[in-house]
Ligand binder design. Sequence first.
Ligand code: SF4
Length: 308
Amino acid sequence: MTDLRYLSFSSYCRQKYGHRIFRIPLDAGMTCPNRDGRIGYGGCIFCAGGSGDFAYRYTGVLPDPEDIPYTHARRDPKDEYIAYFQAYTNTYAPAERLRELFEPVMKDERFAGIAIATRPDCLGEDVLALLKELKMTYPEKILWVELGLQTISEKNAVWMRRGYPLAVFDQAVMHLHALSIDVIVHLIIGLPDEDENQVGKTIDHLNALHVEGVKLQLLQILEGTDLAELWKRGEIREMSEDEYVRIIGMCIAWLDPHTVIHRLTGDGNAQTLLAPLWSLCKREVLNHIERYLRENDIVQGKEYTNHG
Ligand code: SF4
């Protein structure tokens, strides 16, 4: 069972809360400093719009989680929901505006808390003060922050136009941990020249920072992005499924066994995905990973002591 070979989000929730927790993805109408000109105009090279494809447009009135179609799959009445501020950069606004967005969720009994996706360079003193206040006012609620690091390679950070150096990420993790806020880090597998060794360096770095969770995601080439133009000109190659599964196996083996793995592959948008098309069959990719872990007797943290 894959679930027993690594600490998945669902198994972590069952251990910690005794039930599952589902994210309700929200689009709060934010933008991103990497798109509106404060840092850059083009956005990250792979970005087709801030990951908000499946998000509910939140304009001040929270959706009833029971009305979101995919949550109908929920089986146990004890299961809970968190509001996941997903689209674009969800701390890129004045703190008072953020309070208007976040506080209603904390007060709402239908939600167990919030997850906030953002950039590490958008966690200024005012935002951190607000997060601290929310954490202290609603201690029973979940509050975590998701940061899109993608890689520790400074060369690839420049290539993808991420717009901040690794030191900024490290400092943001330190600030969030000082407030006892969990940090979930997004990584991309399949960046140029990133073999197992380079990805392993990123995993080691996260182990050293003791981040609470990771989301692993394949580099997907989406129509309308600058990455798609490189791909059409043959200047970037897509990753094969075998390579992806092998690197995921390495990540699981090297990762601190206490770090929660929130995702092993992404949900591709079939309308805009150009490559790799195999990634659309998410269930098959997960089965492939499961088989690979079993055949190679990999469990999370198997190699951690050698690298952590
Ligand atoms: S930081 Fe996020 S929203 Fe902004 S350009 Fe990069 S991927 Fe897109």
